[in-house]
Design a protein around this ligand. Structure first.
Ligand code: AMP
Length: 169
């Protein structure tokens, strides 16, 4: 059985666009995964960071995945390390951050992983690219359309950075 999984990629250090592309390549090469859609790349101010790094670039990847959420997180953390991330959990600028936003309609709350990702509904930089892929997506817990969580004001904190991104990866 496969689940539809949404992964948020973020980068605000180094060659940010290259970091996103590399991460996507690594994600696509994982066992048991197939990328089915990719959002545009969006830009937003860093929020809640301890240093004053450059803007974040964010992109969402939608995949079909065959294994467990914890196995996906293990794989994503290996990709983060291979792309030079050293600041895990420290709220410093990072070459790459990979978060599991949604794992099918599963609701998981363990010390290791929380899905739906705990800040999803508060983060326009996650909602905007996800809604670009699936505008009518319904939140598995609240059963309300995700689009309802995006106010006009919060929408404007996220700007389109690059729209060319191929959906046929
Ligand atoms: P980070 O924001 O990358 O520094 O991640 C900090 C921690 O968040 C990691 O150690 C993960 O175990 C935890 N975490 C909990 N839920 C998730 C999720 N849905 N996606 C990614 N990391 C998660």
């Amino acid at each position: 059985m496969t689940e539809l999984v949404y992964i948020l990629m973020g980068s605000n250090l180094g060659d940010r666009e290259h970091n996103l592309a590399s991460a996507m390549k690594h994600i696509g090469a994982l066992e048991g995964i197939e990328i089915v859609a990719v959002s545009s790349i969006y830009q937003s101010d860093p929020i809640g960071m301890k240093d004053s790094g450059p803007d974040f670039l964010n992109q969402v990847v939608k995949c079909e995945y065959q294994f467990l959420p914890s196995e996906l997180l293990d794989s994503l953390e290996k990709i983060e390390v291979s792309l030079g991330r050293t600041d895990k959990g420290s709220r410093l600028s990072r070459t790459i951050d990979l978060d599991v936003l949604l794992f099918g309609s599963q609701v998981i709350d363990t010390p290791r992983i929380t899905v739906p990702q705990k800040d999803l509904l508060k983060r326009p930089f996650a909602l905007v690219p996800l809604l670009q892929i699936d505008p009518d997506f319904v939140h598995p817990v609240t059963k309300k359309p995700l689009a309802g969580y995006l106010s006009a004001a919060s929408r404007h904190t996220v700007t389109l950075y690059k729209d060319y991104v191929s959906r046929e990866v």
